[in-house]
Structure formats: C-alpha cells, structure tokens
Design a protein around this ligand. Structure first.
Ligand code: HDE
Length: 686
C-alpha cells in the first residue's frame, strides 16, 4: 500500500486514479476524428468528475489565510504552572501555524482592515494542542450565541453581496453601535493593528482565560500572548489600500518569501498568570469577559517558549486549507474556563469542520494527524482511511483482550481540572461585571501616541463615512463620546455631524503604554529594500549594493526598466510591475530617465529649472516612499539627482541618506528600519 504523505509530480508515469498508465490525456475518445465523443471514455469522465469536485466549502469566517510549518521550543519556565510536557525546558514540538483575515472570502485581499487569526497546532507527544487566537486580545461579543449576528453584520450585505472583506458599511456599524460590548474590539480594528505590515509582525492572543494545572495539582489562570521578535508594525492606510489592488497576496507572499529567504519569523509565547480564585477576577477585571484585557503593567507577560516558522507548505490545499483547529484540542495540564464565548467555540469548530471537510474522519488528513499515537474507538464514516482490526470497538470488552485500556494519572491521562461550580439557577443573563463596555476602549485610546490616535480618528472617519444611514453614524458617535470626547468631536467634524455629549460618565483609567506600537527599536531581519537601478547610467555599485543589503539580513529586490539582468544581477521587478508599497525602504542607485516614447505629462518640469528628469514611475515610487515615511538612500550624484527630480528638494530631509559607499547607505537604512518608519517625517499628524 502506498502510504507516502507527499506525492511528487516528477519521475513517474501519468496514471489514472486506479494506477493505469496513460498514453494520452489531451484527446477524448471519439468515433472518428470529427465524430461524437464516446461515453465509454472512463479517463475523460474521471478527469472531469474529479475536477468538478475540487472545491470544498470555504471557512465561514477566516476563509483567507496563509500557513507555515515550524517548531516550538519550551523554556521550562512554565513547569511550575503546568505539567504539559511540551512546555518543558528544551522540548521541541513540530507546529503548523495559519494566519488569516476574518471577514473576506478565500480570494479576498490580504491587506484589508480586519482582525487577523493566529492559530497554531502543536503536534505534542501527549496529543495535539491548538492555540486558536487572534492578533487582538479582545473579542466583539461576550457570549458565543451572538457570533452569527456579529458575522452576519460584518459580511457583505445580502442583497448585492458588497462590500467584500470590509467593515466599512452600515450593517457592521449598526451592530457594534447597538451591541456596545463590541466597542473595545472595534477600536482595536480602527487602530493600526487592523492593518498589519506582515503576519511576521503581529502579536497573537489566546483572548480567553485558560486554566493550567501543575504536577502538584495546583491550578492557575492564564492568558496566552505571542510576541513577534520583529516587533509589532503596521501598514499605513494608503499602503493597505494600494496593496489591495497591486498585490492582494501581499501578506501571504511576504510570509512565504521570508521563510524561503531563511529569515524565519519567530515569536515568544508568554503567559499572564492570575490566581485561580473563585471570583475569577484580577484587579477588578473579570477574567471570564473576553472583551477585557489585563494591562501588561498589572500582570507581566512571562515568556515560556519560542516559535520559529521555518518551512513553507508544499501544497496549499492539502495543508493550509485542510488544516482544522479546535480550541478543545488540549494536552494534559491545559484546560478551558467558563468564558461563555469559549463555550460556544468548543462546539462550533468541530461542527463546521464536519461540513467543510466532509465527514468525521478529517483528523486522519496528514496535516491534522496527531503525532501522538492514536488508538480511538471511532469507526467508519466518510473517508475512513484506517483499516481497523479486531471485533470489539467498544469499552469494556473481553473479546479483544480488553484493549485498549484507560490511562491513569501516572500514564499522563488528560484530566479536566476539578473546579467547583457554585450552586446556581439556570438563567439567560450576564454577570454585572459584563456591563462595562467603554472603560477599556477608553484605556486603549488613552494608551495611544498622538500619531496612533490620528490614525484611529481617520479610520473611524473613513469607515463611518462609507455608511449611508445617518442613524447608524449618530449612534456610533454616541459610543465614541463615551470613549473620549476628543475622538468623538474629530470624527464628528469629519462626518459633518454634531458631536454628542457622553451619555455615561467617562471611565477613570490608567493608560497602558505596552499597547502602543511606537517608541522602541526592533531587529530588521527580512525587511525588503527596493533597489532602483539605471542600466544606462553607472552600474558599478549594483552587485556591491545588493550584497550589502543581503549581508545586513535584509531582502533586496532589484528594480529596473526591463527584466533580465543589470550588470550581471537578476532583476526582481520592473518599473511596470513594482510599486513602493512592496518595500520597507528604497535604495536609489541611479536616476533613470523617462523612456523616449513616454507620454509627456502636464506636470513634467523636464529640466525647466535645470532639474534632472526622472522616469515618472520612479518619481512616484520616491514620492510615495517619502509620504509613507520610509527611509530612502541615494548612491552618488545620480541617486541624489533622483531624489531631487522626484520633487523632494535637496536630499537632506529626515530619513534621506546620500553617500558614495553602498555599505554605509545600507547601515543607515538598517538604523532607520529598526524604528519601522521615519516617524520624524510625519510629525504628530502623519
Ligand atoms: Fe473562531 N471560528 N469563532 N474565533 N476562529 C472559526 O472554525 C467561532 C473566535 C479563530 O486558521 C471557524 O474551522 C465562534 C475567537 C481563528 O483554520 C468557526 C466564535 C477567536 C479561526 C469559528 C468564535 C477566534 C477561527 C470557521 C464565538 C480568537 C481560523 C472555520 C463563540 C480567540 C482557524 C473553522 C484556521 C475559525 C467559530 C470566536 C479565532 C466557524 C462560534 C474569540 C484564528 O468554527
């Protein structure tokens, strides 16, 4: 039997699904060259039928995603908290991580404003652990029973099925302004977190509180955090919009390219730890309320291991599409809590996968197979791959020797933490602590820098500006007034509406500086530098500059007027295919002139004031890089000419470096990239 996990296209004969070798797959069997096609052509029917069934239902949420394989290594620091073996010091566990957007269809653009999924499957020796998180620490709703409502509101309008993969429409804002518990998650979406620069540069959060049990049987409550080693960085809104058209696969490509280039993305897994008290509260924050975070200043994130993504999937469908996560996939030592959002998730994932993956045996698909031995008593069903032996698939039995056996604690069985449930009455109601809907949205707002606040104001102004129903806008303005009057008044001005007064007292909260993305410097591994070259100018520095970029751990992309090679170096993109938004920084090695047959432009100053002319596509590239506060390095006179010709004046602005040594220029770029952008160029208003 062929039980190979992967099948190569190379080296074998083309066969039918039954293994018969084929001598032709281009012509149907016909009665004569011009005659009717014969029904007996089994190969034709098999080929077409298989094709007809190639598509499976996409995920109802998180349909658009990208995945990677990797390894997780435990630090051992979690051992006092949990006996989960994979968190032990130096233990290495294979993983598969899938990142995703939430709202869009499988073919939608990567860079839309949305929450991102961050789901990791740890193939631990004690059974699979799935940490199915997001890039934001809170969720829209407190009770899973509302999930169909928030998703129906966020999805395209049912009449015209627009807009795709967007929250900028009436139904979304109708819902979040009526169900005000959604306001905290919504302000995260309106912040720069909603438009990540890369999957490699996102934090991840388990959102819910989980319960850990250690070897002594003691329990604690924890919240899981993923911290990217490259820092948390975002696109600008204009970059995100341009990329949606220019490269809808931007995040997918970025992840795969980085891994292929050996710039393996890494995250540290950490936990915030809380005493497992009967109230399940910490510093006045209800740990069972998934719309609340615990500021890191109050509970430090303690690192417990490191994730490295080091291999791209070989086949998107087999791996990234068919992977099935479930928050109930837990190893011994990790357990769930009574968060009512989590309870619904524990039901939903298996249920949806039964349809999506056509039956109950999808855990046998290679990507979903546990690496721990499986010895279950599940039988039959669609796509059963196992050939079970024996006659007694039931417990207890005497006919199969009583096998398999139950494990005891000494055999490391999974055991639910024995939590006492207080005497209670059946109700459809929330605890009073769930009624606070605005204090943490305010905390988030107050924790932002001036620039980040500006972005939030613009995002609300854009999204609400896209709404048609005045009552929706007015109701959301009321919510903003309850978060912060300044935020409300700025957005109201942009909408041309009056700013309402707060309808409830503003919460008195301490900002959490850890929530801001600015103010630190970060490693720059795998950042992308566009190198613009002019094949008609001096090409001496092309090879040296490319090597200097690579040696600095950055990814060079050579941009030239045509494909092929320049000075023996392969061209990665042409002036027609490349755009500034694909790069983190620019290195100008020349000042390419407009093509002789280029159409004249009205704004062309063509040497009027003695300024050099520059190909308009590169002019645009330099101007956009400037506007998006990206570092620009210019080599020699030609590079300086390009900066000048692009209309940036003399090349002495912040983040513009001119020099004659490529290595020095690259060093300057690295220093600027460590802060992600040249913030000084944006001032406080960017
Ligand atoms: Fe999910 N979610 N979700 N979700 N979710 C799914 O499961 C659901 C929630 C998250 O890359 C679905 O197999 C309910 C929170 C990720 O394959 C579905 C509720 C968080 C992914 C589902 C939530 C998430 C999903 C769709 C409220 C962050 C993609 C396909 C009770 C902590 C995983 C599937 C992947 C996918 C249901 C809320 C994260 C329908 C009912 C909170 C990252 O089962």
């Amino acid at each position: 039997m062929d039980d190979k996990r992967t099948t190569s296209q190379e080296g074998d004969f083309l066969t039918t699904a039954q293994g018969a070798r084929l001598r032709d797959s281009d012509h149907s069997l016909k009665a004569g060259e011009r005659g009717p096609t014969l029904l007996q052509d089994h190969h034709l029917r098999e080929k077409i039928t298989h094709f007809d069934h190639e598509r499976i239902p996409e995920r109802v949420v998180h349909a658009r995603g990208a995945g990677a394989h990797g390894v997780f290594e435990g630090y051992g620091t979690a051992t006092p908290l949990t006996h989960a073996a994979f968190l032990g010091k130096g233990v290495q566990t294979p993983v598969f991580t899938r990142f995703s957007t939430v709202l869009g269809s499988r073919g939608s653009a990567d860079t839309v404003r949305d929450t991102r999924g961050f789901a990791t499957k740890f193939y631990t020796a004690e059974g699979t652990f799935d940490l199915v998180g997001n890039n934001m620490p809170v969720f829209f709703i407190q009770d899973g029973i509302k999930f169909p409502d928030i998703i129906h509101a966020g999805k395209p309008h049912p009449d015209r099925e627009i807009p795709q993969a967007q929250s900028a429409h009436d139904t979304f804002w109708d819902f979040v302004s009526l169900q005000t518990e959604a306001q905290h998650h919504t302000i995260w979406n309106m912040s720069d977190r909603g438009i990540p620069r890369s999957y490699r540069m996102m934090e991840g959060f388990g959102v819910h509180t989980f319960r850990l049990t250690n070897a002594e049987g003691e329990t604690s409550l924890v919240k899981f955090h993923w911290k990217p080693l490259l820092g948390v960085h975002s696109l600008t809104w204009e970059e995100a919009q341009l990329l949606g058209g220019l490269d809808p696969d931007f995040h997918r490509r970025d992840l795969a390219d980085a891994i292929e280039a050996g710039a393996f993305p890494q995250w540290e897994l950490g936990v915030q730890v809380f005493e497992d008290n009967p109230e399940q509260m910490f510093a006045g924050i209800d740990l069972l309320d998934p719309t609340k975070l615990v500021p890191e200043e109050l509970a430090e994130v303690q690192p417990i291991g490191r994730l490295t993504l080091d291999a791209n999937p070989s086949n998107y469908f087999a791996e990234t599409e068919q992977v099935a996560f479930h928050p109930g996939h837990l190893p011994p030592g990790i357990d769930v809590t009574d968060d009512p959002l989590l309870a619904a998730r524990l039901f939903s994932y298996l249920d949806t996968q039964l349809t999506r993956l056509a039956g109950p045996n999808f855990s046998q698909l290679p990507i979903n197979q546990p690496h721990a031995p499986v010895n279950d008593m599940f039988r039959d069903g669609f796509h059963q791959h196992r050939v079970h032996e024996g006659v007694a698939p039931y417990q207890e039995n005497s006919l199969d020797g009583g096998c398999p056996f139950f494990a005891g604690a000494e055999d490391r069985a999974f055991e639910e933490a024995a939590v006492t449930i207080a005497e209670s009455t059946k109700v459809r109601a929330n605890p009073a602590t769930f009624e606070d809907h605005f204090s943490q949205a305010r905390l988030f707002w107050l924790s932002m820098s001036a620039l980040e606040r500006q972005h939030i104001i613009r995002a609300y102004s854009f999204e609400l500006g896209k709404c048609l129903d005045p009552s929706v806008k007015e109701r959301q303005l009321q919510c903003l007034a309850n978060i912060d009057p300044e935020l409300c008044s700025e957005v109201a001005t942009a909408l041309g509406l009056d700013a309402p007064a707060p309808s409830e007292e503003l919460a008195d909260v301490e900002p959490s500086p850890a929530l801001s993305q600015l103010g630190e410097s970060w490693p720059t591994t795998g950042r992308v530098v566009g190198i613009v070259v002019d094949p008609d100018g001096d090409t001496d520095a092309v090879q040296t500059a490319r090597d200097a970029v690579t040696d600095a751990g950055l990814t060079p992309k050579l941009i030239a007027p045509h494909g092929g090679e320049v000075a023996g170096v392969a061209v990665d993109g042409t002036f027609a295919t490349a755009r500034s938004v694909e790069f983190d920084a620019l290195l100008l090695l020349g000042c390419p002139r407009p093509a002789a047959d280029a159409l004249p432009r009205r704004d062309e100053k063509a040497g009027a004031d003695g300024a050099p002319t520059l190909d308009p596509r590169i002019s645009l590239m330099v101007q956009e890089s400037w506007r998006h506060a990206k570092a620009i390095a210019a080599w020699g006179e030609a590079g300086a000419d390009a900066v000048h010709a692009a209309g940036l004046g003399e090349p002495d602005g912040p983040g513009v470096f001119v020099g004659s040594e490529p290595a020095d220029l690259v060093e300057a770029l690295v220093a600027a990239l460590a802060e992600h952008r040249v913030w000084a160029r944006l001032g406080a208003a960017g």
